[in-house]
Design a protein around this ligand. Structure first.
Ligand code: TXA
Ligand code: MG
Length: 321
């Protein structure tokens, strides 16, 4: 307990000095800075190599604090906040001028989330500013779900990683907003569509970059490994690649391939559990990306529950192939 207290104190001190700190959340690790300090926020963009047109989510620890940052909290979104915060839900709300332009890329809405990871919750409760935090990966690469993932790519560039273990959800938050009185899902994520619809009725899903230039994080090619990821009929692709004597890795939902070395294949959940699959997805993609192979062969998961968000990430990871 004393150890945890010291970690949080160090993170707090650095953040108050305007530094960046990687923080654990239940979804993925974030690269955090004082959201109200434009200099600190600009360092997030530099460190990630992120284009300034891609806005950031601000994180806070209490629903009562949200009014400091937003002009309005429409009832349907408040209902979702009350039901699912702290948790993997981000809401787009009209921002107050206190939020720097850089955070929202000049848009008049700000993305807000209350994460549930206990370390980050305690950290946020000791700060008198919200934390702007994108996923703690270089722009375009797979999001980190452990402190080791962050260390590997950004360790040299940031003074501190608050280690909170493996992320429980493993997929980024679901992003929800409103247009003309209708609820819109801009990014599928760790909170299932069905859970949202159970509260507020049917919603629209608008997650394509072409129809949604205001959420540029939804660029079609994103969350991508460096190796080519090919999505399709796994059985057929595996046979064809073996036949042609190609070196490949396999990302499957449940099944094991007898003719593929076991260290070249990952099953996301042998028992077919979508939560387990979500939790493992990004670390599995990273693991396969590090093999000496030419490509990664993968399959879609059932299009239900978290399977929808997992398929969205697989699709984006394979874009451009
Ligand atoms: O689970 C998560 O959401 C993680 C953890 C760290 O909280 N964060 C995360 O941030 O995934 P990031 O920056 O990798 O993705 C946030 C996306 C942006 O790329 C953008 O698409 C959308 O949120 N976004 C943020 N602010 C927005 C705004 N004002 N209007 C529209 N979209 C916005
Ligand atoms: Mg990201």
């Amino acid at each position: 307990m004393a150890k945890i207290g010291q970690d949080i104190a160090l993170a707090k001190q650095l953040l108050e000095q305007g530094e960046l700190v990687a923080i654990p959340t239940e979804t993925v690790y974030g690269l955090a800075a004082n959201a109200l300090n434009p200099d600190s926020v600009s360092r997030i963009f530099e460190t990630k190599n992120r284009p300034a047109f891609d806005p950031l989510i601000i994180h806070t620890d209490a629903i009562e604090k949200v009014g400091r940052f937003v002009l309005e909290f429409p009832d349907p979104l408040k209902l979702l906040a009350e039901a699912f915060w702290p948790g993997p839900l981000t809401l787009l709300l009209p921002r107050r001028p206190i939020i720097p332009d850089l955070v929202t890329s000049g848009l008049d809405q700000v993305a807000v989330r209350i994460p549930s990871h206990p370390l980050t919750k305690s950290l946020l409760s000791t700060l008198d500013f919200p934390l702007a935090a994108p996923s703690a990966n270089p722009f375009g690469y797979i999001s980190p779900t452990s402190a080791a993932h962050v260390q590997k790519q950004l360790g040299e560039k940031i003074p501190y990683i608050l280690d909170g273990g493996k992320c429980e959800v493993g997929l980024e938050s679901t992003i929800v907003g409103m247009e003309d009185g209708e609820i819109i899902i801009y990014r599928l994520g760790g909170l299932e569509l069905s859970a949202i619809e159970a509260r507020v009725g049917q919603v629209q899903v608008k997650t394509h970059s072409s129809s949604n230039p205001s959420a540029p994080g939804l660029l079609e090619s994103h969350y991508a490994p460096r190796k080519r990821l090919i999505l399709g009929d796994l059985e057929a692709m595996v046979s064809a690649h073996i036949h042609k004597e190609l070196d490949f890795g396999v990302l499957s939902f449940q099944r094991k391939f007898r003719d593929v070395p076991h260290n070249r294949q990952v099953q996301l959940s042998e028992s077919g559990n979508l939560r387990e699959a979500a939790q493992k997805l990004f670390s599995a993609m990273r693991e396969l990306d590090e093999l000496e192979v030419d490509c990664i062969l993968a399959e879609r998961l059932p299009d239900e529950g978290l399977g929808k968000a997992i398929n969205d990430r697989l699709q984006r990871a394979s874009a451009g192939n």
